[in-house]
Design a protein around this ligand. Sequence first.
Ligand code: GLY
Ligand code: MN
Ligand code: MN
Length: 434
Amino acid sequence: MKAAEFKRRRRQLMGMMGPDSVAILPTGGETVRNRDVHYPFRPDSDFYYLTGFGEPNAVMVLVPGRRHGEFILFCREKDPEKELWDGYRAGLEGAVADFGADDAFPIDDLDEILPGLLEERERVFYAMGSDPAFDKRLSDWVSQVRARSRAGVYGPIEFLALDHYLHDMRLYKSRAELSVMRRAARLSARAHSELMRGCEPGMFEYQLAAQFSHHCQMQGAAHLAYPSIVGGGDNACVLHYVENGDVLRDGDLVLIDAGCEVECYASDITRTFPVNGRFNAAQRALYELVLEAQLAAIDKVRPGNLWIDPHRAAVRVLTKGLLRLGLLRGTLAKALKSEAYARFFMHRTGHWLGMDVHDVGDYKIDGHWRELEPGMVLTVEPGLYVPRGAKGVAKKWQGMGIRIEDDVAVTKGEPDVLTRDVPKSIEQIEALMA
Ligand code: GLY
Ligand code: MN
Ligand code: MN
């Protein structure tokens, strides 16, 4: 993504903040996994959204109208010895030259410099509560400024939730963001298709998970957006099953929920297909029902509709179908009212998607479901889960978990299914696996 995109975002935020304000946003440090080994570092999404800066131990400060520059980056200094061991650092020079900072300071000087940046600033934009240690430091800096009030220095009097402003911005994807999300979606879609093509009875769940990572990494996506879920048969009924340890059996379905991350943007796809490449009659009936629900839900992803409309459409189709197949009893009206479907479909039909797989952004405004608007991206992922031993359910339905998940962008017109490249009709799946 180009530096101009990050600059545009900072401008937009500073426009909302107004003069006499300051925004402070840290990214994390590295976390020890075990002695001398760290977990792979992933920058804080909000921080990366505004800076494009992917190193640990950094703090962004925005000071609208500051004469010596509005965008200040505190980061690690260049250090040939440390870089020899641990890799390249942009340093203060790089922060300015490559990331557009107006000013850059060593992260170790934060306590010394930050109080001065709070002087004469009435409003502080900061996400309180996400990092208690940093909250404490900020409150110390504010106290230091207030202690100088007799010298005529005035400090902040108002604190505002930076995350609230940023998360609303992040909900509306720009053209540049959509293009990165499209790429992540395409890579994941290709990987899912390869898994479908190569799956055979006797393989292990972890082998499909490994193949998914392999395909993504071979195409340049180093990271997954979340740990892959590969559940054969009954395992698919555990919603966040990540053990991926069992063998895939002839006659079972397998559910794969996996997506890669590109430039810190997520994709999130689920497909369910027969391990041996052919649906049996019961699998076919339940699968067709979930697919019908998913298509009905996707058709509701249109501007002016409410966030909840796709979910309501899916629930209606699923309930009707469950009644028809005999998994539920009674009338449609009663079954909808009592939410009887929830026994077999216990999650929502989707979530916002962006830099975080369960992305930020409010689903309700003033207690009312939000309207969909162009630029929003969400997943549509209805499912049906019938575990082995489910009481009062015919044997033929048991041991099946089915979910079909696509990533969909709201446009002025038709829903834009970013993940459309993975087959999902029974004909397409059986043809690919034949
Ligand atoms: N992969 C997590 C989800 O689908 O929400
Ligand atoms: Mn998913
Ligand atoms: Mn999802």
